[in-house]
Design a protein around this ligand. Structure first.
Ligand code: ZN
Length: 139
Protein backbone atom coordinates (compact mmCIF):
# COMPACT_ATOMS: atom_id res chain seq x y z
CA UNK A 1 0.00 0.00 0.00
CA UNK A 2 2.71 2.46 1.04
CA UNK A 3 4.82 1.51 -1.96
CA UNK A 4 1.87 2.02 -4.28
CA UNK A 5 1.26 5.47 -2.76
CA UNK A 6 4.91 6.49 -3.10
CA UNK A 7 4.91 5.37 -6.71
CA UNK A 8 1.68 7.30 -7.34
CA UNK A 9 2.96 10.53 -5.77
CA UNK A 10 6.35 10.45 -7.47
CA UNK A 11 6.67 13.02 -10.26
CA UNK A 12 3.40 14.75 -9.31
CA UNK A 13 3.20 18.50 -8.86
CA UNK A 14 1.86 18.74 -5.26
CA UNK A 15 0.63 21.87 -3.50
CA UNK A 16 1.47 25.53 -4.01
CA UNK A 17 0.23 29.04 -3.21
CA UNK A 18 -2.24 29.06 -6.11
CA UNK A 19 -3.65 25.72 -4.98
CA UNK A 20 -4.15 27.05 -1.44
CA UNK A 21 -5.85 30.16 -2.86
CA UNK A 22 -8.17 27.98 -4.96
CA UNK A 23 -9.07 25.76 -2.01
CA UNK A 24 -10.03 28.81 0.07
CA UNK A 25 -12.32 29.98 -2.76
CA UNK A 26 -13.79 26.47 -2.98
CA UNK A 27 -14.53 26.45 0.77
CA UNK A 28 -16.24 29.86 0.45
CA UNK A 29 -18.48 28.53 -2.34
CA UNK A 30 -19.33 25.36 -0.39
CA UNK A 31 -20.16 27.42 2.72
CA UNK A 32 -22.34 29.69 0.58
CA UNK A 33 -24.04 26.58 -0.74
CA UNK A 34 -24.83 25.45 2.82
CA UNK A 35 -26.04 28.95 3.78
CA UNK A 36 -28.27 29.18 0.70
CA UNK A 37 -29.73 25.72 1.30
CA UNK A 38 -30.26 25.71 5.07
CA UNK A 39 -30.74 29.33 6.05
CA UNK A 40 -32.05 31.18 2.99
CA UNK A 41 -33.65 28.09 1.42
CA UNK A 42 -32.75 29.11 -2.12
CA UNK A 43 -32.01 25.68 -3.61
CA UNK A 44 -31.01 26.86 -7.08
CA UNK A 45 -28.36 29.25 -5.69
CA UNK A 46 -27.21 26.51 -3.34
CA UNK A 47 -26.83 24.07 -6.24
CA UNK A 48 -24.90 26.58 -8.34
CA UNK A 49 -22.50 27.34 -5.45
CA UNK A 50 -22.07 23.62 -4.79
CA UNK A 51 -21.20 22.87 -8.42
CA UNK A 52 -18.74 25.80 -8.59
CA UNK A 53 -17.14 24.80 -5.25
CA UNK A 54 -16.79 21.17 -6.29
CA UNK A 55 -15.40 22.23 -9.67
CA UNK A 56 -12.72 24.28 -7.95
CA UNK A 57 -11.89 21.36 -5.62
CA UNK A 58 -11.62 19.09 -8.65
CA UNK A 59 -9.25 21.63 -10.21
CA UNK A 60 -7.14 21.69 -6.99
CA UNK A 61 -6.74 17.91 -7.02
CA UNK A 62 -6.11 17.87 -10.75
CA UNK A 63 -3.29 20.39 -10.26
CA UNK A 64 -1.84 18.51 -7.23
CA UNK A 65 -1.68 15.18 -9.06
CA UNK A 66 -0.67 16.67 -12.39
CA UNK A 67 2.62 15.53 -13.96
CA UNK A 68 2.82 18.64 -16.15
CA UNK A 69 5.04 20.48 -13.68
CA UNK A 70 6.10 23.20 -16.15
CA UNK A 71 2.50 24.21 -16.80
CA UNK A 72 1.53 24.11 -13.08
CA UNK A 73 4.60 26.18 -12.13
CA UNK A 74 3.67 28.76 -14.79
CA UNK A 75 0.11 28.95 -13.39
CA UNK A 76 1.47 29.48 -9.89
CA UNK A 77 3.91 32.19 -11.05
CA UNK A 78 1.10 33.97 -12.91
CA UNK A 79 -0.99 33.88 -9.72
CA UNK A 80 1.92 35.13 -7.56
CA UNK A 81 2.59 38.01 -9.99
CA UNK A 82 -1.06 39.12 -9.97
CA UNK A 83 -1.16 38.80 -6.16
CA UNK A 84 1.99 40.95 -5.85
CA UNK A 85 0.38 43.58 -8.10
CA UNK A 86 -2.86 43.55 -6.04
CA UNK A 87 -0.88 43.81 -2.79
CA UNK A 88 1.09 46.76 -4.20
CA UNK A 89 -2.12 48.59 -5.23
CA UNK A 90 -3.65 47.91 -1.79
CA UNK A 91 -0.56 49.31 -0.05
CA UNK A 92 -0.66 52.43 -2.27
CA UNK A 93 -4.39 52.92 -1.54
CA UNK A 94 -3.71 52.56 2.18
CA UNK A 95 -0.84 55.09 2.01
CA UNK A 96 -3.10 57.60 0.21
CA UNK A 97 -5.84 57.09 2.82
CA UNK A 98 -3.34 57.72 5.64
CA UNK A 99 -2.17 60.99 4.04
CA UNK A 100 -5.56 62.31 2.94
CA UNK A 101 -5.68 65.00 5.65
CA UNK A 102 -2.46 66.70 4.50
CA UNK A 103 -2.31 65.86 0.80
CA UNK A 104 -4.57 65.66 -2.20
CA UNK A 105 -3.99 63.00 -4.83
CA UNK A 106 -4.61 63.55 -8.52
CA UNK A 107 -4.38 60.93 -11.21
CA UNK A 108 -2.35 62.04 -14.21
CA UNK A 109 -4.77 62.23 -17.18
CA UNK A 110 -2.04 60.83 -19.44
CA UNK A 111 -0.33 57.95 -17.58
CA UNK A 112 -2.82 57.42 -14.68
CA UNK A 113 -0.09 57.71 -12.02
CA UNK A 114 -1.10 59.42 -8.76
CA UNK A 115 0.53 62.78 -7.99
CA UNK A 116 0.60 64.03 -4.40
CA UNK A 117 -0.05 67.75 -3.76
CA UNK A 118 -0.13 69.47 -0.32
CA UNK A 119 -3.68 70.56 0.60
CA UNK A 120 -4.78 74.20 0.68
CA UNK A 121 -2.41 75.66 -1.92
CA UNK A 122 -5.24 76.84 -4.20
CA UNK A 123 -5.16 76.19 -7.93
CA UNK A 124 -1.87 74.59 -8.90
CA UNK A 125 -0.32 73.41 -12.13
CA UNK A 126 0.92 69.87 -11.68
CA UNK A 127 3.70 68.42 -13.79
CA UNK A 128 3.59 64.62 -13.72
CA UNK A 129 7.04 63.36 -12.71
CA UNK A 130 6.58 60.20 -14.74
CA UNK A 131 5.45 61.44 -18.15
CA UNK A 132 5.83 65.26 -17.91
CA UNK A 133 2.11 65.93 -18.59
CA UNK A 134 0.94 69.28 -17.18
CA UNK A 135 -2.55 69.66 -15.70
CA UNK A 136 -4.24 72.14 -13.31
CA UNK A 137 -6.17 71.10 -10.19
CA UNK A 138 -7.47 72.79 -7.02
CA UNK A 139 -5.51 71.55 -3.99
ZN1 ZN B 1 1.78 61.16 -16.13
Amino acid sequence: MKEWLNKFIQGRYGGDEYGRHLSVIAIVFLLLSVIFYNILQITIASSICFVIGMGIIFRCYYRMFSKDITHRTAENEKYLASKAETDKLKAQRKARAEQKNTYKFFKCPNCKVYNRIPKGKGKVEITCPKCGEKFTRKS
